[in-house]
Design a protein. Sequence first.
Length: 285
Amino acid sequence: MANRYWVGGAGDWDVSTTTHWSDSSGGAGGQSVPGSSDTAIFDAASGGGTVTPNYNLSVVSITMGAFTGTLDFSANNNSPTLATFSCNGTGTRTLKMGTGTFTLTGVSDVWIMNTVTNLTLDAGQSTIKVVGTVGLYGGKTIYANGLILNKIWYSPVEYHANNYLRFYTSGTYSEIKLDAGTITTFLNSTTTTVTTFVALGTAESHITISNTSLTTHATLTKAGGGVISGCDYIDIQEITGSPADTWYIGSNSTDTGSTCTNIYLLDEPAVVATDTQQVANNYYY
């Protein structure tokens, strides 16, 4: 495993050109292009301008927190594979994601944007697909820090209680998709805003949704009008749905702690609840 530092400002990130890759920050170019066991680093010594990937690269991680240029995946709409993507920092930097799929294979923090000072993010129509197996402590974490991303898809290759996805900051997404059998947690007291929410488990493989500490609720907010429906076989607790009367998660779902608010165990929102149908925590059957 090696660190590869981008140097020399604007250029194409292709499969063979070594001009822009160094083994030290601000060092001489000519080192190998980072591969599947290497880290690609864009820092304050990388130079400005636009870096344009032009193939479906595979690296251990990309970091660009101190970068002062643009990393533009949208020019060729590439689909990178990596364990971790980090934009954490304060450099005046831009990330353009395009329409590709960013496949994240890491075992802990996979999308890191804790500090987004001076970051311009254009998520385009991209998908962030979280896959991989279980880490030592479990929990693959997304830090969006209030940013607007496009689609998050949680589709691990291994399913059990120590393999889960954590949304650890507030964020806005056009879609969150959770595969059957997955476990997802949202940090308590945060708000996750989505336009579309896709979570369809099976009788044998429920989807579990909760907040991280099972204390103060996390809020799921539906954007763009309409309702959330078409979900089912979900075990959910400590979640507040917003606005009221928009979250319908299927009649085969369960409020496992009788703790949710404005989450409805109905297949379709066309069902009109009466006062006698209302139970604790605004659930309707």
